[in-house]
Write a protein that binds this ligand. Sequence first.
Ligand SMILES: [Zn+2]
Length: 83
Amino acid sequence: MHRDWIKIADFAFYLKGSAVSDNKTIEQEYKTWMCLICGWVYDEEAGLPDEGIAPGTRWDQVPMNWTCPECGARKEDFEMVVI
Ligand SMILES: [Zn+2]
């Protein structure tokens, strides 16, 4: 009986563990993108409310015609950076 209880607890822990790792896969971390021309950084978590880009907006959801607020560079001139 005691053994069975441990098995169930282990199984529950296993399920919980896999659920956590699944969440990590689905919920990707916010990224930051840096302008290669002037060094200005776009932070997905912060967005760019001044330009109508809501906080949490992913880089691929930023409009194609958007340009760097500092130097006017296009999205192609940005590179993902890890801060
Ligand atoms: Zn720039």
